[in-house]
Ligand binder design. Structure first.
Ligand code: ATP
Ligand code: MG
Length: 462
């Protein structure tokens, strides 16, 4: 299919050709894009900007995804107009600015992001300046310089993201041989990979994200510096990493993404405690995290809601037992040790990835639930069923069992209990008899340490 789409496009012969100042121009007979496939609001914006005398194109993910027959997440427009000039053209436009001023144009629930062409900061220019836009490792701290269309293409991250589509002339401008890389299914950085990662280490995560989402390979020069530069992710503000991690794990390709992150040593700087657990107890940790991610991907495929809290609860859970045991060894009783370990683990993790309170609270609740699910006597089981976190807690219990934790059939018991009628439930509680630990301080811990012993004696991990 792709072959047919690009049959008239000649592939470049030299590797250096992925950076050029004149674009390859593909007219409408040389590519498969059709104006009608794009958001009519986005097309409208481009037309209006062009009529007002500016350059304007659809750009980035939407062009890339359309060429691959994937429905784009959103539609981005790039233009020579400044944010103020864009706002002057559209009543429904709002300037927003964090790292860079952008314009959001609102059409009901659809928002089209319009960005002014911008350039990379030339490195030399900053060297003598007190107001350097880079830090000593080359990371760009501010990048707010407007530029030409050519500059804009060169400052983008990957060749496949630097394609500009003009819906008026129906031509694609390709400055970086992105069409070639789409055809060959390759994620390739524009420019020198080491320098581009030093400018913005998040590009390492983006390489993984696009490779997983598009099922592309990462070109060998693009992948080569990643393992060495991965620790640079520690310098990225934790709030930005939170956003990036959500994109990594909530885009429907989390399981593949996780494998790639581990392989490229990018998981360690993001989740140091979980990485340690992965080293210590690889089979169990890997299974638990992968299962959680496979479930997440499935739910997204089925359009079911997913909560970041469940995801983070699973990513961090394997790091808990070691900490609990450590605190207990220092004389802390099991329940306070568990509480303290959970608290410490989450606050350490938040220094890397700023998980907001609205998610850290539910993480704690899902974990607390693990302690309460074994204690079912009297009215406890029914009270738990009524708890708004029951479902998440129960799903989490099944996840732990799937990863090999021994819970003496607790998951199955809860499955049956939910299905049973009132009389059945009364019988189930009565049958618990002395098996249930009404005081509740022990079973979870005992069971988890049994699970640990089982794993060790099976020799699977050590
Ligand atoms: P998707 O929206 O499907 O996740 P996208 O390619 O549109 O993918 P965005 O994060 O929306 O990704 O960014 C839009 C465009 O901005 C990208 O296609 C890329 O050209 C550019 N871009 C984004 N982040 C960076 C970065 N860190 N460095 C360089 N260019 C970037
Ligand atoms: Mg996008």
């Amino acid at each position: 299919m792709l072959k047919k789409l690009f049959q008239s496009f000649r592939s470049p012969s030299r590797r250096t050709q992925h950076k050029r100042s004149t674009p390859e121009v593909l007219n409408s007979s040389q590519h498969s894009l059709q104006k009608a496939q794009f958001s009519r609001y986005a097309v409208n914006i481009v037309e209006r900007l062009q009529n007002a005398g500016y350059q304007a194109y659809l750009v980035g993910g939407c062009v890339r995804d359309m060429l691959l027959n994937i429905t784009p997440k959103d539609f981005d427009v790039a233009t020579s107009a400044t944010p103020e000039q864009i706002r002057a053209e559209f009543r429904n436009a709002r300037i927003i600015g964090r790292r860079f001023k952008l314009v959001h144009i609102h059409f009901g629930r659809e928002i089209i992001e319009v960005a002014t062409f911008r350039a990379n900061h030339p490195q030399d220019e900053d060297e003598d300046s007190n107001q350097s836009s880079r830090n000593e490792s080359g990371r760009i701290l501010r990048d707010n310089v407007y530029g030409t269309l050519e500059d804009d293409a060169q400052r983008r991250d990957f060749t496949i993201n630097a394609l500009y589509y003009d819906p008026v002339s129906e031509r694609i401008l390709d400055y970086a041989n992105g069409v070639h890389d789409i055809r060959n299914r390759l994620v390739r950085l524009i420019g020198d990979p080491t320098q581009r990662y030093q400018e913005d280490p998040v590009r390492m995560l983006r390489a993984v994200r696009f490779a997983a989402k598009l099922d592309f390979g990462i070109e060998k020069h693009t992948v080569a510096p990643i393992r060495k530069l991965a620790p640079m992710l520690r310098e990225i503000p934790s709030a930005r990493l939170f956003e990036e991690v959500l994109k990594l794990f909530l885009s429907g390709y989390a399981a593949d993404t996780f494998e790639m992150l581990v392989d490229l040593q990018l998981f360690d700087p993001l989740f140091p405690a979980s990485f340690e657990a992965l080293e210590h107890n690889p089979t169990y940790t890997h299974t638990l995290i992968s299962e959680a991610l496979i479930n997440t991907d499935l739910r997204i495929q089925q359009n079911k809601p997913v909560t970041p809290a469940f995801l983070f609860a699973a990513l961090l859970w394997p790091a808990l037992p070691g900490r609990v045991l450590h605190l207990q060894a220092r004389g802390m009783p099991p329940i306070p040790a568990m509480q303290e370990a959970a608290h410490e683990l989450i606050s350490e993790q938040c220094q890397r990835i700023a998980i907001p309170k609205r998610f850290t609270l539910p993480i704690r609740e899902i974990w607390d639930m693990q302690e309460r699910l074994p204690r079912r006597s009297g009215k406890r089981a029914d009270l738990l069923l009524d708890n708004p976190r029951f479902r998440a807690g129960y799903d989490f219990l099944l996840l732990r069992e799937n990863a090999g934790e021994q819970t003496e059939g607790l998951g199955e018991w809860w499955t049956d209990y939910q299905d049973a009628n009132d009389a059945g439930r009364r019988d189930m509680i009565r049958d618990l008899g002395s098996k249930d630990d009404a005081t509740g301080s022990g079973p979870r811990k005992r069971r988890r340490s049994t699970a640990g012993k089982r794993k060790r004696s099976a020799g699977s991990d050590e």
